[in-house]
Ligand binder design. Structure first.
Ligand code: F6R
Length: 244
């Protein structure tokens, strides 16, 4: 696992965008695995700038997202489909028909079948990940076991707390989500994990300062991926005592 400590957030987002840009330049028709949440937002802004000002071309790129809340339609302003349109797709020249975010409403089992089939049909050049305060990646929450394939997951109380900031009230946060499984995440050729936002110290410590690989902290699974890069700021590295 390669760990990069950025001097500040601006540098972190620039470095993250560099890694995604390299994939798009190498194969203009590549598939990107994307994430929502606050961690990748700065990187998406930088990619949009490069598209606008430097001609970075997404016209042939496709994408698959990690997850979607169960119960929220794509038009809901807290759905992950809405988030992706708003934070990235509306600002780059990607064909939205080539972007996939699992459907949160309707027949969830059928939606999961479709989600698994889409994942299986694409080779993701790189999968972007953020991490939850409890160490989740996508919505794979800590527990006795993790799952290989896309499935329905009940969100942990700490995840509901963390995501409540985006909703009018905590009660409005959906309790379930459709999430890519750990095995499917590992199938991406490269992983790019951005540790941003607050309350990530405990999970970052497990990831960076221990040798553990444990279902109690799902992000530790990325240690076994053959091409896994983690990006964090110097501020967080200093806080947890990570020296490289
Ligand atoms: C989002 C996702 C989640 C977030 C994680 C961190 O698609 O898969 O695992 O990456 O909850 O969220 P932020 O970045 O908001 O701290």
């Amino acid at each position: 696992m390669k760990v990069i400590v950025a001097q500040n957030e601006t540098e972190l987002f620039r470095l993250a965008a560099d890694l995604v840009e390299a994939e798009v330049r190498a194969d203009p028709a590549c598939c990107l695995g994307l994430a929502t949440g606050s961690s990748p937002v700065g990187m998406y802004k930088e990619l949009a700038r490069r598209c606008r000002e430097e001609g970075l071309d997404f016209s042939k790129v496709s994408s698959v997202n990690l997850d979607e809340y169960a119960g929220l339609p794509g038009e809901h302003d807290q759905s992950y489909r809405y988030f992706m349109n708003n934070e990235l797709f509306d600002h780059i020249n990607i064909d939205k028909a080539n972007t996939y975010v699992a459907k949160g409403v309707g027949d969830i089992e059928e939606n999961l079948r479709e989600f698994r089939a889409v994942i299986a049909s694409k080779t993701r050049a790189i999968q972007v990940l953020g991490i939850g305060p409890d160490g989740h990646i996508a919505f794979n929450e800590p527990g006795e076991q993790l799952y290989y394939h896309a499935h329905r997951e009940t969100l942990d109380e700490s995840t509901i707390d963390a995501n409540a900031r985006f909703f009018a009230s905590r009660d409005d946060v959906p309790r379930e989500a459709l999430t890519m499984g750990i095995g499917e995440i590992m199938e991406a050729k490269k992983l790019l994990t951005i540790i941003g936002g607050s309350r990530k110290e405990a999970a970052a410590t497990k990831l960076l300062l221990t040798d553990e690989i444990t279902t109690a902290c799902p992000v530790t699974m990325i240690k076994v991926h053959p091409d896994s890069t983690v990006l964090l700021t110097k501020e967080l590295a200093d806080k947890i005592g990570y020296k490289g």
